[in-house]
Design a protein. Structure first.
Ligand SMILES: *Cc1c(COP(=O)(O)O)cnc(C)c1O
Length: 404
């Protein structure tokens, strides 16, 4: 069936779906490392690329391919490349685009390991990188050098919830002859389509929203141009960071419900964000769906919805942040995001503890910041959980003050 003209929820169910020879309604888990050739000519034709088919699972597998084709179609790209993890997708991108002497410009608050990989490892091969506030076009323009080959942005970014105008930075980077890649993990293809906005490559940690059930780690890349797809695939195959068929099956199963999960989670998120804004213990709330978000207009233009990631600042700083983590009962204290269950973490003492307090302030958030990934539970229960936790934090703070 041609699914190109369908709406996104129909695409989530039908895109990339090929009839299985057994009639299986769902794509089976082709749990095999290798595929038999009909005869010598068939094997030769597959290796020569003259015939479509399967050779070896690191190169391609029907279960993995179904996922790749689904996500490629959702992102309006020409082909998908599934990887072992989100970081596998980031490494594949860097390896494909950057050579010795090349330079990359990226978002200052980009996912930590995406920056660490560059600064600790690619730097050993003579690749340089600069991190700027990519929401500010002047900073992006100032960072571009003659040998800049890649502009790599993450929007919304973590945990600042800052947005980058994809169309604007893409036009600038293209005028400079450099490729644009977007980490679309926080938005998912349901809410944001970077390739339609001008980017060349989009990537996801499918561990998050696309799989959505906190039971798989995986990644995927989609490119707009067939030659870029081919290059990315060649790197993925040769560096061996392929996805595995069982992983692909689970991610496909999660993908089918992306729309209804996001619709519900973002409805919860908007209600919680409004509620948090009214709580006396909360200094500020960062949610792109709030009129108070400095880039709310850009969010409306660039995204189809506001998603379910919220950051909020507690007045009590580091201690209040730590106490809230221990006081929440329904929200699970864990990193990761985008699952059906609500997860909470405290960047200053956890994911961003490796950065100095000054560094964290420079990156745009305080030690009292809490990151809250809203799940699909009943919103009344989530709010009750937050209320009892904020009360517990206040009681504990008063007790400590009395003892002192
Ligand atoms: C989690 C995450 C990654 C890395 O993905 P893994 O699946 O953990 O390797 C990359 N980018 C963003 C924005 C993420 O949240």
């Amino acid at each position: 069936m041609d699914t190109k003209h369908l709406g996104i929820n129909s695409k989530l169910i039908h895109a990339g779906h090929r009839a299985d020879p057994t009639g299986a309604v769902n794509v089976p888990i082709y749990q095999t490392s290798t595929f038999a050739f009909r005869d010598a000519q068939h094997g030769a034709a597959l290796f020569a690329g003259e015939e479509d088919g399967y050779i070896y699972t690191r190169i391609g597998n029907p279960t993995i391919r179904a996922l790749e084709e689904s996500v490629a179609e959702l992102e309006n790209g020409c082909g998908g490349i599934a990887t072992s993890s989100g970081m596998g997708a980031v490494s594949t991108l860097y390896l494909a685009v950057l050579s010795a002497g090349a330079h990359m410009v990226s978002t200052a608050s980009v996912y930590g390991p995406s920056r660490g990989l560059m600064e600790k490892h690619f730097s050993r091969f003579g690749v340089e990188s600069t991190y700027v506030d990519t929401s500010d076009l002047t900073q992006v323009r100032g960072a571009l050098r003659p040998h800049t080959k890649l502009l790599y942005v993450e929007t919304p970014a973590n945990p600042t919830m800052q947005l980058t105008d994809i169309a604007q930075v893409s036009a600038l980077a293209h005028a400079h002859g450099c490729l644009v890649a977007v980490d679309n993990t926080f938005a998912s293809p349901y809410l944001q389509k970077p390739l339609d906005l001008g980017a060349d490559v989009v990537l996801h940690s499918v561990t998050k929203f696309i799989n959505g059930h906190a039971d798989v780690v995986g990644g995927i890349l989609v490119a707009k141009d067939p030659s870029v797809c081919k290059l990315l695939r060649s790197v993925m195959v040769n560096f061996g960071c392929n996805m595995d068929p069982h992983q692909a099956f689970l991610v496909l199963r999660g993908l089918r419900t992306l729309g209804i999960r996001i619709e519900r989670a973002q409805r919860n998120a908007l209600e919680i964000a409004h509620w948090l804004e009214r709580q006396p213990e909360v200094q500020s709330v960062r949610y792109v769906g709030l009129a108070s978000h400095p880039q709310h207009e850009l969010a409306k233009r660039q995204m189809k919805g506001f998603g379910s990631m919220i950051s909020f600042e507690l007045k009590g700083g580091m201690e209040a942040g730590r106490r809230l983590m221990n006081a929440l009962k329904m929200a699970t204290l864990a990193v990761s995001l985008g699952g059906v269950e609500t997860l909470v973490e405290h960047p200053a003492s956890m994911t961003h503890a490796g950065i100095s307090p000054e560094g964290r302030r420079a990156a745009g958030f305080s030690d009292g910041l809490v990151r809250y990934s809203v799940g699909i539970e009943d919103v009344e229960d989530l709010i009750a959980d937050l209320r009892q936790a904020l009360d517990a934090v206040a009681t504990e703070s008063r007790e400590v003050a009395t003892v002192r």
